[in-house]
Design a protein around this ligand. Sequence first.
Ligand code: ATP
Length: 319
Amino acid sequence: MKKIGVLTSGGDAPGMNAAIRSVVRKAIYHNIEVYGIKYGYQGLIDGDIEKMELGSVGDIIQRGGTKLYSARCEEFKTEEGQLKGIEQLKKHGIEGLIAVGGDGTFMGAKKLTEKGYPCIGVPGTIDNDIPGTDFTIGFDTALNTIIDAIDKIRDTATSHERTFIIEVMGRDAGDLALWAGLADGAESIMIPEAEDELEDIIDRLRRGHERGKKHSIIIVAEGVCTGGELARRIDEAAGLESRVTVLGHTQRGGSPSASDRVLASRLGAYAVDLLIEGKAGRMVGIQSNKLVDHDIVEILNAKHTLDLDMYRLSKELSI
Ligand code: ATP
């Protein structure tokens, strides 16, 4: 393999830059040329492709977002769009592609692989909702952003003796909510993977109040309901008032944590290794701190699971 391409696609995640840097440097280390494809699959169709050098990825390891930009591209979901992308790859002599993103991105990588173009997927999303890896690039940073915000909210919650509901991202996965809840000692955590009774949440609020607690924090994953909806339900059921904070896109930005930079560096380099070995249609991941790779089709058909023991623990610790 003499020339490879790299793109980032779907929602951006902190650490994507560290992954790009790792792909570029590792490839050049092995005397392989690297081409950066801007705006994900849209840039692939449009031929928005440029050669990257060692210096192209200097001073980005600490930056959030993605130097190659990202986009959602409906056209690439069509056969015609994919063929246009392949045309561009051929034009530039690119023999293999590394795609950093979530499951939609892997779907695109799968389609290209089926059409004879070897692709490797690197999981980059703050949601941590990809099977076959313990962590995705961006999850740790987003989690720390949430913790930082909740710590601040706690101060005001205590001063005013209030209940705060924090709505966090995660799409259909509860990982961010669960980890944030455990890390911040939330009274209640609502995640899509577990059914939490409203009465239980209200009981916890009342018990806390009776023993003189000055504040209560409830974390709700966006996959369950909005923070506003939960506040309304609690008010209607128990007449308890709460304040809602929606952290929104602040969770996606910021300088990547040390863990995300290391994870991205390891996964990006491993993806290059796989292309060199002649592998295709794989997704790289980390399991029990070991680099692994899986058939991308299996990953697309599998379901992400969350450690419900952690959820039970959070309940035990917030009695
Ligand atoms: P996130 O988890 O952050 O949303 P994602 O990679 O799942 O990331 P999507 O918007 O679902 O984000 O997908 C990114 C891009 O991948 C799409 O805009 C599209 O270009 C491509 N893609 C998604 N599904 C397919 C498909 N079925 N066939 C080909 N390409 C696809």
